[in-house]
Every structure is written in structure tokens, then in C-alpha cells.
Design a protein around this ligand. Structure first.
Ligand SMILES: NC(=O)c1ccc[n+]([C@@H]2O[C@H](COP(=O)([O-])OP(=O)(O)OC[C@H]3O[C@@H](n4cnc5c(N)ncnc54)[C@H](O)[C@@H]3O)[C@@H](O)[C@H]2O)c1
Ligand SMILES: [Zn+2]
Ligand SMILES: [Zn+2]
Length: 396
């Protein structure tokens, strides 16, 4: 089959690889009909390269048709239309039963000290072949795949794999009071969708911050009060501008949907670049132990949130030794929640919103639909934010 493979820093290629097969009774194989490109893929494209192996298949946002099922997957039939969550979880361990499938005790990557295995996401997360491909082997298929009805186009459902539950969890963790205020930093797919979720859940004020004009325009068109980072001299000025809209206190909650590649700190960028080009044996420990994070967005969140408010981190951070202003966190009495989205914890809550009325605007959320063969171009376009690219779906 054809699959998108990682070959090196900013180098992905579509190659022929062996077709996946059933290896365990709890496996299924699906034929992929749509598969997303995610901000998380961009971390692999550039920053997390020490944890990748040339030939790794990328991707974790698929949907498609069941081709084959193992004997231990009673609820799936060949021909079912399914969305596959980005994390692999068993559904029956203690963590899964408490609603934390990202910590699944059956699939945890213990050798690396990490949580549940993820599709297409470095050896830290199990080096599982990913979903930007024609076919996908789905381990733990007795729990993961979400059956969706025939009829509507893939765009209606495909975001259940990642964008929707991630945005949903970001808002749930932000704990915005009814009628309260929330600021979303970063208006990529995750931040944009988090604004929409906050709106349908009854937030009184939703602020959005980014620096890419069409991303700001998209959010503004849906009633978000947007702030263009580039129009402020420094982040202090931005914080003041948003505080002015919230009786001088700052919003009840701030969602960081930016992550480690924030625009801001030049020093961190240097360490990231260095770690990405060093030989693996040296680069990986550097990326893991030393500051590879650019914390610009997180620092803004800490400054911006009101005293006693909540910061919800969905942007991915990967470093260890970054200085954090603990005095401010403590003095402002800030609560902080974070983590990979627990997809099946939220999916049943989200499905009722995926209707013809389309309150979350999923049907036209994608800015680009491209054939899988154009993946190298799609990665470059999405990373450089060219051609208005916000969400790219690929069709094998
Ligand atoms: N927690 C999860 O389960 C989960 C799931 C999916 C994605 N993510 C993470 O969420 C983050 C966002 O994902 P995405 O797909 O929307 O990616 P993206 O890269 O398209 O979006 C990031 C946005 O942040 C903006 N930005 C950069 N610096 C900023 C700053 N200082 N202030 C405000 N905005 C700034 C960028 O212009 C961009 O629009 C990534 O870190 C991704 O890895 C987490
Ligand atoms: Zn994703
Ligand atoms: Zn489990």
C-alpha cells in the first residue's frame, strides 16, 4: 500500500510499504477514506525528530471502512464505517474505566515511561504505524473505533479522531463558569474548535489570539473576539487589551492551543533546532532533558488568566528544564490541567452535535482536501501556513 513516511527533518515521502494484517484477535484493519494532518504532526516534522526512525508511517486522525476483524472484536463487522481515535486503549483497565484512556495500563509504553500508545507518534508512544496510509491496523479494536452512520461526508465525523475530543477536553478542563470568559491562545484547528465548543457550551465571552490573518478571520466570523499578536508591541500589551474586556481581572480561563512551537523565544528555538539535527543518540537526550520548549504562549496564559482562574493546556510540550514562574502560579492561585485528549471519554457527548444543523461547523472546517500522494506538499503548506491552510484532510 501507499503510506506517508517520515524520512528526516522536514522530509516526508509517500512510499510503498507492506499492507497491514491482523496480528492479534483484538485487531481490525480498516481501509482509510479520510485522514487528517495535525499540528502534532508538525512536531515530528521538525522538533521531535530524535524520537523518529526513517520509514515510520505518520498520521493519527483516520476514518474509513472496516476491511477485516479479529475474533476478539465482536462489535465490528466488515463494511462498518468507523472513526479511529488517535490513542490506542483497551477500555477495560483501571485507567480506561476511570475515563483516562490516554493512560491505558494495557498499552502504556512503559519502556519509555509514557502513557497509552498513539498511532504514528514516535518511539516514545510505541512506534505504532500511523494512519496517513491506504490501510491501518487498529490494535484494541474492541474499544477504539467509533461507528458512524452512512450518508454524510467524511468531514462530518473525521474530527472525532482528535480535533473534537481535544477541543472538548480543553474546554472541560478550562472549567469556564456559565456565562464566564475564556481566552484561547492559538487558532489552529484545535484552538479554533475550542472556541466553537466554548460557545456552544455557553461561555459568555470567547477571546482568540493568533498571528495568522486568515485564522483570525475564521474565528472572528464565528463571533470570537480576536486579537492579532502582531498588532501589539509585546505580550504585556496584549494581556492589558484582554483584561480591559474583563473588568480588569483577566478571563476566568485560558486555553493554550499553541504548544512548544510558539512564536516568541529565540533561545529555545536554537536548542530545538540543535536537538533536531544532532545524531539520534545525542539529540534525543537533549530534546528530552533540556529546554526544547518555547514557552511564550504558556507564559502569556499565566500572566493573562485572572487570579483563581484555570489554565487548560492542550498544546503539546516536550521539554523538562524550562523555568516556570511558580511564584506567580502560586500567588495567583492558578489551577492547571493538561494532557492528551481522552477520546472515548468525550466522543458520546460530542456525537449529538454532528448533525445537519452543524452547530460546530465541521462540514466546512477543512480548508484543503488533497490526495495522499500530495502529502509532502501538504506538510510544507500547513507548516508554513501558506495558501490559507488551517485544516488539511488527505484522501488515499
Ligand atoms: N492534547 C491533545 O490531545 C492534542 C491533540 C491534538 C493537537 N494537540 C496540540 O495542540 C496544539 C495545536 O494544534 P493545531 O493542530 O491547532 O496546530 P497549529 O500549529 O496549526 O496551531 C497553532 C497556532 O498557534 C499560533 N501561535 C503560535 N505562537 C503563538 C503565540 N505565542 N500566541 C498565540 N498563538 C500562537 C500559530 O500561528 C498557529 O495558528 C499543538 O501543540 C498540537 O500538538 C494536542
Ligand atoms: Zn491530531
Ligand atoms: Zn486500558
Amino acid at each position: 500500500m501507499r503510506a506517508v513516511t517520515w524520512q528526516g527533518k522536514r522530509d516526508v515521502r509517500v512510499e510503498n510499504v507492506p499492507d497491514p494484517t491482523i496480528q492479534e484477535p483484538t485487531d481490525a484493519v480498516i481501509r482509510i477514506t479520510s485522514t487528517g494532518l495535525c499540528g502534532s504532526d508538525l512536531h515530528l516534522y521538525e522538533v521531535l525528530t530524535p524520537f523518529m526512525t526513517p520509514g515510520d508511517i505518520l498520521g493519527h486522525e483516520p476514518m474509513g471502512i472496516v476491511e477485516e476483524v479479529g475474533a476478539g472484536v465482536p462489535d465490528l463487522q466488515v463494511g462498518d464505517r468507523v472513526v479511529v481515535p488517535f490513542q490506542i486503549a483497551c477500555g477495560t483497565c483501571w485507567m480506561c474505566l476511570t475515563g483516562l484512556p490516554t493512560q491505558c495500563e494495557t498499552t502504556q509504553v512503559q519502556g519509555e515511561g509514557m502513557g497509552a500508545a498513539l498511532f504514528g507518534y514516535t518511539r516514545l508512544y510505541g512506534a505504532v504505524p500511523g494512519a496517513q496510509a491506504e490501510y491501518l491496523r487498529v490494535p484494541q479494536a474492541q474499544f477504539g473505533p467509533i461507528k458512524v452512520p452512512e450518508g454524510p461526508p467524511d468531514d462530518r465525523f473525521v474530527y472525532l479522531s482528535d480535533v473534537l475530543p481535544t477541543a472538548w477536553q480543553a474546554v472541560a478542563y478550562a472549567d469556564v463558569p456559565k456565562g464566564g470568559s475564556v481566552a484561547v491562545l492559538g487558532l489552529g484547528p484545535i484552538g479554533d474548535m475550542a472556541c466553537r465548543v466554548a460557545q456552544v457550551q455557553g461561555a459568555g465571552q470567547v477571546f482568540g489570539v493568533d498571528l495568522v490573518p486568515e485564522r483570525l478571520r475564521r474565528a472572528k466570523a464565528r463571533g470570537v473576539e480576536t486579537f492579532d499578536l502582531r498588532s501589539f508591541d509585546d505580550e504585556k500589551e496584549l494581556v492589558e487589551a484582554i483584561r480591559d474586556q474583563t473588568d480588569g481581572r483577566g478571563p476566568d480561563a485560558v486555553i493554550d492551543a499553541v504548544g512548544t512551537e510558539a512564536h516568541g523565544s529565540a533561545a529555545a528555538r536554537m536548542v530545538q533546532n540543535a536537538a533536531a539535527i544532532l545524531p539520534r543518540k545525542i539529540g534525543a537526550p537533549i530534546a528530552e532533558r533540556f529546554s526544547v520548549d518555547r514557552l511564550a504562549a504558556l507564559y502569556t496564559a499565566i500572566d493573562l488568566v485572572r487570579r483563581g482562574g484555570t489554565i487548560s493546556l492542550s498544546g503539546v510540550y516536550g521539554g523538562m528544564a524550562d523555568p516556570l514562574p511558580l511564584l506567580t502560579l502560586f500567588d495567583k492561585q492558578i489551577q492547571m490541567r493538561m494532557g492528551q485528549a481522552n477520546v472515548r471519554r468525550w466522543s458520546d457527548d460530542i456525537v449529538p452535535y454532528l448533525t445537519d444543523e452543524d452547530p460546530l461547523g465541521v462540514d466546512d472546517f477543512a480548508t484543503h482536501h488533497v490526495p495522499l500522494s500530495e502529502a509532502p506538499h501538504a506538510y510544507e503548506m500547513f507548516q508554513r501556513k501558506q495558501d490559507g491552510a488551517v485544516k488539511v484532510l488527505m484522501q488515499p
